[in-house]
Design a protein around this ligand. Structure first.
Ligand SMILES: *Cc1c(COP(=O)(O)O)cnc(C)c1O
Length: 424
């Protein structure tokens, strides 16, 4: 490290000497982990580049249309490129999809009909989806429309209960849900091999069952994606991994042609589907973001590894550990109490390029059961591919640390969080 950097950290950023020395040890401990990440990044970068070249992406695709948006070339090109990258027949990539929850909600609602059953084989889905399904009562949930729901818990060892999943399928089961990332749960993230095995197992019971994967936070962690190993449809948020930090809003859904068509009828109107809908000039940032996403994701993962090792060295329980395999960008650190959680998030906020001077406070965020605190000083509001930390204020006081457009910044976030906790 340059002498100038050391001085900046200690003097300008107020990092204590003890924390600084600890961080140098962490650097040494983790450096061997980066080789594999760089190999994956290189592959994914070439995959994305190839998709753009094969689609003949050109400057005129960055223009925008008006009105109905028929034949919007930029939109069509964006969806073609997403289809190619994720090895799917078709895609919906739209700024009108307001977030990941919306993308997933559209996916489910496009597929199921009254009398159908949804089966989640990865325990309870992400908090916000529980309202969509009706696990938690919300107006207009699928439960109101006569769609039933079942879930299969994970095995003790954190793997999918394949036998349990097969047994839970009945004649009503239309849709199988798999959540790749841990979300707000202390579990391992599923890797692509786990997902492949589960898909094959459920399809062996009923071959016309539709498998959807919540791919939030998982894109570009491995060389394959769920749609490469049999998922019929998957969805995610553009202000997470695949937007590369540049996409200003939106969600994506990729999958089989007929399934994307059904979902598109839910997105716009039956009979209209994906033929309409403006991109409002967002194709440039969506595609440039996708272009740099493999790189950005690798930076975020490096930052997560640093965070994991730093807090583990201080005796905290972390998930995953620094040398574990990863299939999402999330790092969980289990803190001791609500105060530590709040201090940690305040520290991450202090490391932000935007709004570093504000203090995050827990609030009753729509769609979540408990109060949630979020540290996010991002260029794009709520973007969690940018450095962010969040935590529901509930036992066991897990804080979720993710993102970082650059590794150096993510590292700064971990250090400021520690500084703010005032334990060294
Ligand atoms: C982020 C996330 C979602 C969707 O969240 P939004 O905030 O609506 O984008 C869904 N599932 C998982 C696992 C997530 O991490």
């Amino acid at each position: 490290m340059l002498k100038e950097t050391e001085e900046l950290l200690l003097k300008k950023y107020g990092i204590k000497r003890e924390i600084f020395e600890l961080s140098k040890e962490v650097d040494k401990d983790i450096k061997d982990q980066f080789e594999r990440l760089i190999e994956i990044r290189e592959y994914n970068q070439l995959k994305v580049l190839n998709a753009m070249q094969e689609a003949n992406l050109s400057d005129n695709h960055f223009n925008w249309t008006t009105g109905y948006g028929y034949n919007d070339l930029g939109r069509e090109k964006t969806e073609e490129i997403y289809s190619r990258v994720f090895n799917a027949d078709d895609a919906l990539v739209r700024p009108q999809i307001v977030n990941g929850t919306h993308a997933l909600s559209l996916t489910i609602q496009g597929i199921v009909r009254p009398g159908d059953e949804i089966l989640s084989i990865t325990s309870a889905p992400y908090d916000t989806l529980q309202g969509v399904i009706g696990i938690r009562e919300e107006k207009g949930s699928l439960k109101e429309f006569g769609v039933t729901y079942k879930q299969v818990e994970f095995l003790e060892d954190g793997n999918i209960d394949i036998e349990g999943a097969k047994k839970a399928i009945n004649e009503k089961t239309k849709l199988i849900m798999i959540q790749r990332s841990k979300g707000y749960a202390w579990r391992k993230s599923l890797n692509i091999d786990d997902i492949k095995e589960a898909i094959e197992a459920v399809k062996s019971v009923k071959d016309d069952i539709i498998v959807m994967v919540d791919n939030c936070y998982g894109e570009f962690l491995e060389t394959k994606e769920p749609t490469d190993v049999g998922a019929d449809v998957m969805a995610g948020s553009l202000i997470k991994n695949p937007g590369g930090g540049l996409a200003l809003a939106g969600g994506y859904i990729v999958g089989k042609k007929d399934i994307i068509e059904m979902i598109s009828y839910r997105l716009t109107a039956p009979g209209i589907g994906k033929e309409c809908g403006l991109m409002f000039g967002t194709t440039r940032t969506i595609l440039q973001g996708l272009f740099i996403a493999p790189y950005v994701v690798s930076q975020a993962v490096m930052g997560a590894i640093f965070c994991s090792r730093l807090y583990e060295k201080l005796g905290y329980k972390v998930n995953p550990r620094y040398d574990d395999e990863r299939s999402d960008i999330i790092q969980i650190v289990q803190l001791n109490n609500a105060e530590e959680v709040i201090n940690f998030c305040e520290g991450v906020q202090k490391a932000a390029p935007v709004d570093s001077f504000v203090t995050p406070v827990p609030w009753d965020m729509p769609g979540y059961k408990d109060d949630v605190i979020m540290a996010a000083g991002a260029f794009v509001q709520g973007s969690s591919i940018e450095l962010s930390a969040d935590a529901p204020i509930r036992e066991p006081f897990n804080v979720y640390f993710q993102g970082g457009i650059t590794y150096d910044h993510s590292k700064m976030g971990s250090l400021k969080a520690l500084e703010s906790m005032n334990i060294l």
